[in-house]
Design a protein around this ligand. Sequence first.
Ligand code: CP
Length: 326
Amino acid sequence: GQHILSVKQFDRDNIQYIFQIARKMAPYASRKKRTKVLDGAILGNLFFEPSTRTRVSFGCAFNLLGGEVRETTGMESSALSKGESLYDTARVISSYSDVIAMRHPQAGSVAEFAEGSRVPVLNGGDGANEHPTQALLDLFTIERELQASGQSIDGMHIAMVGDLKFGRTVHSLSKLLALYKNLQITLISPQELAMPDEVVSALDNAGHRLTITDKLEGNLNADIVYQTRIQEERFPSKAEANQYRGKFRLNQEIYTRHCKSNTVIMHPLPRDSRLEANELDNDLNLNPNLAIFRQADNGILVRMALFALTLGVQDLVQDYECTVPW
Ligand code: CP
């Protein structure tokens, strides 16, 4: 059982292996088949920052493998609010659990927690730093979406849009993209919210062709457009975040004018649907190339694979019933 703290621990071979296991999870994820491979195992699901998809899909993925989930949500409901250290929290919770998934607002906090943990820890997002399981599900989605039109990740053109400074999903995804070949990458953000130098260097060193711009229109002619939310919670004040909200709206009219006919639209979600932001308009919901919900669905498959691999049961998944009663 290895921790999953950063995408830096993966290479192309182990990514392909994770994806192979993820594809095998599909009948269990859709409840066509059932398994109890993790019967008796306990997931400690510790979310000290808001989450819908990551928290619930980690929990569901564990349940679908037959395991049980214990949750802590929010700093206020944890003894961390009384000054307990991450290390002590980890020593305690890890004796109650077989594996832990964790999100925390501070960069580096999940790695600090992992030092005290006696069981594997999966990073569900640490501040603006990394979100490795999201990056894996994003890459899995990109591979699937491109395969539909006979393309591969090598050689593709991806545009990443929005808050590239605080958006941890684009940091982790970019570090994975540095493992691939000959990409065209367009980074679209306000200058103040540009991709961190460390990430740009990783893409540069991989030999990818980079365009860095603060203009959306004219720069969306990509295979994948990966839109992001302004990460309001990472700004010193709401007013500062508000300066940028709504700068990079994408709707069907802009799509028709600036994207290719088969450009795939992704977003890690949540999208900010309030009118002043509205980075992905609801009028795209009928666009078959809007992949945001397929992307979220893939999170279950990838997280099931990561649990199976982390706990070493990937070859032991067997059906105990071939049909479900509902
Ligand atoms: N994509 C993602 O991390 O979503 P949540 O914040 O809802 O978990």
